[in-house]
Design a binder for this molecule. Structure first.
Ligand code: ADP
Ligand code: MG
Length: 348
């Protein structure tokens, strides 16, 4: 038996280091496996010019969602949207999903049908087909695993690894709202648990709640790229927070970056709610996650194509790897960018 003192604790490792540790020595065998682990989706060759994109996501009750404040229909929609988002992050179009569920007897048929109503709504919205899955019982709670298949031309696929020095760093939409929505729902849950006579006070917080409960995949942005003839040099979707995703792009592309604090797009309601919670709005945007916006880089010469576009904000530029990865704060001070992400393993 191994001496337990030599065993490493997963908490010390974190999610990304664990994935790397588990996959670093695996060599792809098949010619069709064009790109494996390390991006938002795997890339599978199907012909000379066409590829399939394959991605999967796991949602665990109590870790990724709380059924106390998450309507089942929203949960179904979100489970599909987050998968479609990973296909968008490769500049592809999602076409099929499989849905697997492990469900405990605590759930009624009606509840699971609601979950599927949300799944079907997302299938309608994103024009994807449900083509299979698996169903089993669980000892406790609900687990949802969705895999998505997408398509793209081989030449149009955008990886995390293509950012080059002087490229512009661009983000879609606004950031931090989903995290503030979660803070609000958690606060109201705590109030309700302390006194069930007090009803949740969510008036006026519609936007941030919607961003948490019903995020959208930016398929519209992929359409824009086609129409505006933009080929981003690198791209990732924002699931873990802006800081973490910038670090992924920089690590994969072997580049540095300057991110400008004052340019990060934050909705007014998000900022006001952050202040109400004694949180810094920028910190929420940097580390909050679950925005499912797209973060990408473009060549400077493409700037005119996005200039004035209300969906896209230039937030920084790519530098040489040895120059490092910095947040330039409101006083023009350069602070090394760190990923704080909330997705790391916790002991509870
Ligand atoms: P995303 O946030 O875009 O869903 P992840 O951070 O979950 O991406 O995963 C990063 C990369 O690691 C992806 O290529 C994913 O397929 C791969 N990956 C994650 N977990 C595992 C695992 N347990 N075994 C093999 N590959 C994994
Ligand atoms: Mg992703």
């Amino acid at each position: 038996m191994e001496n337990s003192q030599n065993l490493r604790n997963l908490n010390d490792l974190g999610e990304f280091a664990l994935i790397e540790q588990l996959t670093k020595n695996f060599k792809l065998k098949n010619q069709t496996s064009y790109f494996g682990v390390g991006d938002d989706a795997a890339v599978i060759s199907i012909s000379k010019n066409d590829i399939c994109l394959l991605s999967t996501d796991l949602l665990i009750e109590g870790v990724h969602f709380d059924v106390m404040y998450t309507p089942m229909k929203h949960l179904g929609f979100k489970s599909v949207a987050v998968n479609v988002s990973d296909i968008c992050a490769m500049n592809g179009i999602a076409e099929q999903i499989t849905v697997s569920i492990a469900v405990s007897s605590r759930y009624s048929l009606e509840a699971i049908e609601e979950l599927y109503a949300g799944i079907y709504l997302a299938c309608e919205k994103y024009k994807v087909d449900l083509v299979g899955g698996d169903t089993t019982t669980s000892v406790s709670g609900l687990t949802i695993s969705i895999s998505v298949l997408g398509r793209a031309k081989k030449s149009q696929v955008v990886y995390r690894s293509g950012a080059k020095e002087f490229d512009l760093l661009v983000v879609t939409g606004d950031l931090g709202a989903a995290y503030m929505g979660l803070q609000l729902l958690e606060r109201e849950k705590a109030v309700f648990e302390a006194n069930s006579k007090i009803q949740p006070d969510l008036d006026g917080y519609d936007y941030i709640m919607e961003r948490q409960l019903k995020p959208e995949a930016r398929v519209d942005v992929i359409q824009f790229f086609k129409e505006l003839q933009i080929q981003p040099t690198s791209m990732i979707d924002i699931s873990d927070g802006l800081a973490s995703e910038i670090l992924h792009i920089c690590k994969s592309s072997k580049v540095g970056c300057h991110l400008y604090d004052k340019k990060i797009p934050i909705d007014t309601k998000t900022a006001l709610t952050a202040i109400e919670f004694n949180l810094d709005p920028t910190t929420c945007a940097l580390n909050g996650g679950e925005d499912y916006e797209l973060l990408f880089t473009i060549k400077q010469e493409d700037f005119d194509k996005i200039k004035g576009n209300p969906h896209m904000t230039v937030i920084g530029h790519i530098t040489n790897e040895k120059d490092g990865i910095y947040l330039i704060d409101k006083n023009e001070s350069a602070i090394p960018l760190k990923a704080q992400g909330w997705k790391y393993f916790t002991s509870d």
